[in-house]
Design a protein. Structure first.
Length: 149
């Protein structure tokens, strides 16, 4: 049932994106819709799919059985279902990781690009301090080398 919901979601996304292009909307509108679609897809295929996969791993014993016309058949293992579960778990981890990195980069570009923020000032002070320490160490090493000779 979960995979059918994801298939319906993908069909709705295709309809929305095709409709935006078919109605010849402005470029700003197309960009806005595309950003919203990507953000919602990040959530659907990232954390939500991860949660559903964890529930699937919790019920792995039931998923590993083959259902027939007269109920669960004994002695048969449903490897395809477990394989699909593992594949979708890996996909959800990858999408969640990429979403996390993208949002981190967005926040960092907002904070470090603005010279009036405290984070920007603190990082500038830290990097200047590190640069002075590096220069001071190089001077000390140079003095030690000249003293040895």
């Amino acid at each position: 049932m979960c995979f059918e919901c994801y298939a319906i979601y993908c069909a709705i996304l295709c309809t929305i994106l095709t409709g935006v292009l078919a109605f010849n909307m402005r470029d700003e509108s197309i960009d806005w819709v595309a950003r919203k679609v990507v953000n919602v897809s990040f959530l659907m295929f990232g954390p939500l799919l991860f949660t559903l996969c964890v529930v699937g791993f919790y019920n792995v014993k039931g998923l590993s059985r083959v259902c027939g016309l007269h109920g669960i058949q004994d002695g048969q293992f449903n490897a395809v279902c477990i394989f699909i579960l593992v594949i979708f778990f890996c996909i959800s981890l990858g999408v969640s990781y990429s979403m996390l990195m993208q949002k981190t980069i967005d926040v960092a570009s907002e904070q470090f690009g603005n010279e009036n923020t405290i984070l920007y000032r603190m990082s500038q002070l830290y990097f200047r301090y590190q640069q002075r320490l590096r220069e001071q160490r190089n001077r000390w090493r140079g003095r030690e080398r000249t003293e040895r000779r």
